[in-house]
Ligand binder design. Structure first.
Ligand code: ATR
Length: 271
């Protein structure tokens, strides 16, 4: 029987996940469908229950439901537990729902495997202290950077997040206004500033010689933060398309037990 999967979010019409998973399924010969579901802002939990009651095998969860998916999962992977957000739900044979989070591993694989960024000993600046930032802290620390500094417009949120995750590695938090004189090998934008075509206010000389910039957002045009990277001497100024495909690949692996080849899918989307 054909297995059913979907992505649920609100809004959802622009999601590229159906296209990505269809490509993975074709490539690996998996018998499955993958659709879009517009989640009800009032009753997301009911939508999820209906999907699995009808035999659905797995869901991707996107904005604004990742924290609610975290709360409704019966079991959590350690990385979802740390992220306090779930982007992948898996129907287990015993009827329980397993929650996982593949966003952080998606970011790390795009940077490390697709672009060969060397995390070991790197000084990393993570901009933002919301759910998007929280979700990637542990996977970044697992790669062995010298430092992970979380900087946020509202300093207290960054300081709080860093305090909470301090046992995981060399992480600290500060305000954007405390970055003067600091240099980083990698600057990752996990803020939502790009939604309004803005970039966080950081010093012009924050990037070390040969440093990279990475915007976790993706758009068909270069994002505001990609443009910032290009204008400030980034050796590479990347957007989040690779992360999007890599997080999808990890979800696909969790569901189907086979890892798809992401390179042709990224290339096709890049068009
Ligand atoms: P998400 O779950 O996507 O991370 P969020 O929890 O609302 O969303 O967090 C948004 C992040 O973007 C926050 O870190 C926010 O900074 P504040 O905590 O100070 O609000 C950051 N952000 C949004 N717009 C920004 C802007 N124009 N400049 C700098 N940071 C911005």
């Amino acid at each position: 029987m054909t297995d059913r999967y979907a992505v649920i979010g609100n809004p959802i019409e622009h999601s590229k996940s159906p296209e990505i998973h269809a490509a993975f399924a074709a490539q690996t010969g998996q018998d499955m469908t993958y659709e879009r579901i517009l989640g009800d802002l009032e009753d997301f939990e009911g939508d999820v229950a209906d999907f699995f009651a009808a035999g659905g095998k797995g869901l991707n969860v996107t904005v604004p439901f990742k924290e609610r998916a975290f709360r409704l999962a019966d079991e959590l992977s350690p990385r979802a537990d740390t992220a306090q957000a779930v982007n992948t739900l898996i129907a287990r044979d015993n009827g329980r729902l397993q929650g996982d989070n593949t966003d952080g591993v998606g970011l790390v694989r795009d940077l490390g495997c697709n672009h060969l960024f060397n995390f070991k000993g790197a000084r990393i600046l993570l901009l933002g202290a919301g759910g998007a930032a929280r979700g990637v802290v542990q996977p970044l620390l697992d790669e062995g950077p010298a430092e992970l500094l979380i900087a946020n417009r509202t300093a207290s949120r960054a300081e709080q997040l860093a305090r909470e995750l301090a046992t995981l590695g060399p992480v600290s938090g500060c305000g954007l206004d405390e970055l003067v004189g600091r240099r980083f090998d990698l600057i990752i934008n996990a803020t939502s500033a790009g939604l309004r075509a803005q970039v966080p206010e950081i010093p012009d000389d924050c990037l070390a010689e040969g440093g990279w910039s990475y915007d976790m957002m993706y758009a068909s045009e270069p994002t505001a933060f990609v443009l910032w990277g290009r204008e400030h001497g980034a050796a590479k100024a990347l957007d989040g398309l690779g992360m999007l495909v890599e997080q999808a690949a990890e979800s696909f692996r969790l569901w189907r037990g086979v890892m798809p080849d992401t390179a042709p899918v990224i290339a096709a989307l890049r068009g």
